[in-house]
Each structure stands twice: as C-alpha cells, then as structure tokens.
Write a protein that binds this ligand. Structure first.
Ligand SMILES: C[S@@+](CC[C@H](N)C(=O)[O-])C[C@H]1O[C@@H](n2cnc3c(N)ncnc32)[C@H](O)[C@@H]1O
Length: 234
C-alpha cells in the first residue's frame, strides 16, 4: 500500500494506547529504558498508539510515517493524550536515511518490516536497541494448517519467530509472545493471508480455493498472536 492509500485509512484506524501491543511494549520497555533519558523512533507510527503510551519512558520520540494524514492524526491524538515530547517526520522508511539516530527504534504492525530480511533496516534508525512487534504464525493457525496441506514451507515473511531466530545470532535478543484477539477469518481474508506464502501460480491459487471452501466455519476461527522481538545493538 502506498502513502495515499494509508492517507485514506487515517480516520478509520484505531488509536489504542491502552490495549494489547502498547501495553505489552510499555511493560517490557519500562525497566530497560525508564529514567535513562533515551530517545525513540516510532517507525510507521500510524495514529500514534505506541508513542502515546511509550512517550513518558523516553526523553523524546520521533514519529515517522509516509502518510501525512496519519501524522496529523498522530500528533493530535498523542498530544491530546498528554504526551508532548514528540516530533513528526514525513518520510518513506524504506528509503530514508536518518540524519539523527535515536537510542531505540520501534516498528509495530508496520508493513516495511514484515520480513526477516527487513529487520536489519531498522538498525539504521537506532544506536542501542530495536523493537519489532508483528504477528506470529502459531501452530494452530489455520494459515499454517492450510499451508501444510499444500506442502508449503513457511518462508521468512510475517513471522516474528523467524525474525527472532535471525536476530539472536547477532546480539542479545528477548521476546514476548502475546495474545491479541480471536477473530473469524472470511474465506477472502484467509486466502489473502495464505497466498503470500505460496508461489502465486494459478495451480496454487486453485488448490487454496479448494482447501478453503472445504473448511467448516469453526475451522475459520483464528487466535491472533503477536510477538515483541527486542535486540540490542551494542
Ligand atoms: C497498520 S499501521 C500501524 C500503525 C502503528 N504502528 C500501530 O501499531 O498502531 C501501518 C503504518 O505504517 C505506515 N507505513 C507503511 N509503509 C510505510 C513506509 N514505507 N514508510 C513510512 N511509513 C509507512 C502507514 O502509513 C501506517 O500508518
């Protein structure tokens, strides 16, 4: 999705500083950063939920997003929440080389950081540590079951487990697995989630359609688990 498409969603996404990911990130980072005067980059900040919650733990937070409307909303939400030690920066984080690094870089549900190979790109924003929060394909995920039936090995995409394994080779890594929500996947959403793990050929798509259409309603339920992965840079 491009910046224009995210602009169009800017009024629709939820500002949730007190729920799930923001809660987990706050509890995890509190003892590591509180009182140290550190700075944070919130990459792909969206409406600012993470910045609003984490702001008090940091000296200053840079909210970076390529959607102007998201940034406008984020600034208004975050300052309305009482967090004012923030600045906004409209940049495409896939190409932007920061003039100033912050101590910590965080990305939550941020599409440019959805592959194992993307994780090192976060490191150019930070000097001390990175925090990546993203979905993880737990064992009972219907997506994993469908892929298994198709004989597809999950490749390094949208899977925090893989990012964690990759990062732990380099530096001290910690992680927290947490439950986000139970949702029912429609056949279309199920297909979209599975298709990116396949080769996308017409045979694969046909096979996917067959498997998905043969599933009972209760097999479409999905417990969405996410993982916070933290790694240190020095
Ligand atoms: C699903 S939202 C997540 C927002 C926020 N991190 C949260 O967890 O609530 C993804 C955000 O990433 C931003 N984004 C996507 N691609 C980007 C890019 N290449 N450069 C900067 N921001 C990007 C979008 O504009 C959107 O605000």
């Amino acid at each position: 999705m491009d910046a224009q498409q995210w602009d169009d969603l800017a009024d629709m996404v939820d500002f949730e500083p007190d729920k799930s990911a923001a809660d987990i990130a706050y509890d995890f980072l509190k003892e590591k950063v509180e009182g140290r005067g550190w700075t944070l980059s919130d990459l792909g900040c969206g409406p600012g939920s993470l910045t609003a919650r984490l702001g008090p733990l940091f000296n200053r937070v840079r909210m970076i997003d390529f959607s102007r409307k998201m940034l406008e909303r984020a600034y208004s939400e975050v300052t309305g929440y009482g967090v004012t030690n923030v600045e906004i920066l409209q940049e495409d984080i896939t190409t932007y080389v920061p003039d100033v690094k912050t101590d910590v870089a965080l990305a939550c549900a941020c599409p440019p950081f959805y592959r194992v190979s993307d994780a090192p790109k976060m490191e150019i924003f930070a000097t001390k540590a990175c925090v990546l929060i993203m979905p993880t394909l737990v064992q009972d995920s219907p997506v994993r079951k469908i892929l298994k039936e198709m004989g597809v090995d999950v490749h390094p995409s949208i899977d925090a487990e893989l990012v964690e394994a990759d990062r732990s080779r380099c530096h001290h890594t910690e992680s927290v697995l947490f439950f986000e929500t139970r949702e029912m996947l429609t056949p279309l959403v199920m297909k979209n989630r599975c298709i990116r793990y396949t080769d996308g050929s017409s045979e694969s798509v046909k096979r996917l359609d067959e498997i998905i259409s043969s599933m009972d309603d209760d097999e479409r339920y999905y417990d969405r688990w996410s993982k916070l992965v933290y790694w240190e840079l020095e």
